[in-house]
Design a protein around this ligand. Structure first.
Ligand code: GLU
Length: 417
């Protein structure tokens, strides 16, 4: 993996870029670049065939300086220790930008969920949970959904952890089903946060929301909810990519119809109201805003010059590599970074955890109002820093804010012993 796409190299570069402004001493920067703890587990699971298979998983806690570690758990064949560590670091900075009292964590299991049965998936989840139970908990580290994990998987984690304790512990994970203490508004929260960020950005640049042409890369939870919310608010989603191809309509796509089509046929291909293009073409569509909402390192030095959008709003974690960002910034493209734009998910996870701890549950409008306020505040906190230091990017500004909050907490706590 080249330095431009190695996720821990990317984190290191992002910290250094913010430190050009902050000027933190080298020893403190070294602490920020190293996760506190990473647990690797190799565990056997009895498959439906009766044979045992060994799986590998990780849970990384980058920081617990501002509160318990918080962050998702992904099930993917491409999980690596460095990826989990980088994603945990981004969670620390995301929680700091959103100003919620958590540090950052992330977990992953190397698995292709399409190749295992439902029962196998449940046994893998339960055994992995048992393996990491020694470091997670509502006061220590709280997993949540990420790529290829969902509310059902969170319910299995909650149950497995609770069985070990002997009583129900809903606060050990977020993104649970509502019936088990999940929060209203959590499923759509990341996409809603991306949409709120987009609205604030367009207001700032005096652009008309209804006329702005948006392309979304990704048809998972974040991509689909973002597209649906933009569409429902009267916005124009001109393109969206799925797993194999991309739908394009310069007059705007009917997202609910496209969603129904994909639910029925599994593919974008054949959708009558759009031109069907190749998967990669979503990144170079003629549009004003591009929202990469799938995975890391999709916009690299190799394809950055093909991007036509004037704005990129990062729905995924780490979709633009530093080399791509240099090319795009030179072209005048404004990038709203992941640690700001996709913070809606973890913000509502925080609300879920608060409700679990009370335990008293809010109506959906209360959750959505609190989310909207938190996203708008985070956007303007970052924008204020950007105005203070002319010429810096939104990513640098977001990191200045995050590192300032994180490092202040570390200084106040001091170095034990
Ligand atoms: N996986 C999501 C993220 O990357 C949500 C994490 C959470 O809710 O803890 O932000």
């Amino acid at each position: 993996m080249s330095n431009d796409t190695n996720p821990m190299e990317i984190v290191s570069k992002q910290i250094d870029a913010a430190n050009e402004i902050l000027q933190l001493p080298a020893d403190e920067v070294a602490c920020l670049k190293h996760p506190e703890r990473t647990l690797e587990v190799n565990f056997p699971v009895i498959m439906d065939s009766g044979h045992m298979e060994v799986f590998t998983g990780y849970r990384c806690q980058h920081s617990t300086a501002r509160g318990p570690a918080k962050g998702g758990l992904r099930f993917s064949p491409f999980v690596t220790p460095d990826e989990v560590k980088a994603l945990a670091s981004w969670m620390t900075f995301k929680c700091a930008v959103a100003n919620i009292p958590f540090g950052g964590g992330k977990g992953g299991v190397i698995i292709d969920t399409k190749k295992v049965s439902e029962h196998e998936l449940e046994r893998i989840t339960r055994r992995f949970t048992a393996e990491i139970s020694c470091i997670i908990g509502p006061d220590r580290d709280i997993p949540a959904p990420d790529m290829y994990t969902n509310a059902k998987i969170m319910a299995w984690i909650m149950d497995t952890y609770s069985m070990g304790k002997g009583y129900a512990v809903p606060g050990v994970v977020t993104g649970k089903p509502i019936e088990l203490g999940g929060s209203l508004g959590r499923t759509s929260a990341t996409g809603r946060g991306v949409t709120i960020t987009l609205q604030e950005l367009l207001k700032l640049y005096k652009m008309d929301f209804s006329k702005t042409r948006v392309a979304v890369q990704g048809f998972g939870n974040v991509g689909l909810w973002t597209a649906k919310l933009i569409h429902s608010l009267g916005g124009k989603v001109v393109g969206i990519s799925g797993f194999k191809s991309c739908a394009y309509n310069p007059d705007g796509l009917d997202i609910p119809k496209l969603e129904a089509w994909v639910a029925e046929t599994n593919f974008i291909k054949g959708f009558p109201q759009a031109e069907v293009l190749s998967l990669e073409e979503v990144l170079s569509l003629d549009c004003d805003v591009l929202i990469p909402a799938a995975t890391e390192a999709v916009i690299t030095a190799d394809n950055a010059d093909k991007v036509k959008a004037k704005f990129i709003v990062e729905g995924a974690n780490g979709p633009v590599t530093p080399a791509a960002e240099t090319i795009l910034t030179k072209k005048g493209v404004i990038i709203i970074p992941d640690i700001l734009a996709n913070a809606g998910g973890v913000i509502v996870s925080y609300f879920e955890w608060v409700q679990n701890n009370m335990p008293y549950y809010w109506e959906e409008d209360e959750v959505l109002n609190k989310l909207t306020r938190a996203m708008i505040k985070a956007f303007h906190d970052v924008d204020d820093i950007r105005s203070q230091y002319p010429g810096i990017t939104y990513r640098q500004a977001a990191y200045v804010l995050a590192l300032r909050r994180e490092n202040t907490a570390r200084r106040l706590r001091g170095c034990y012993p």
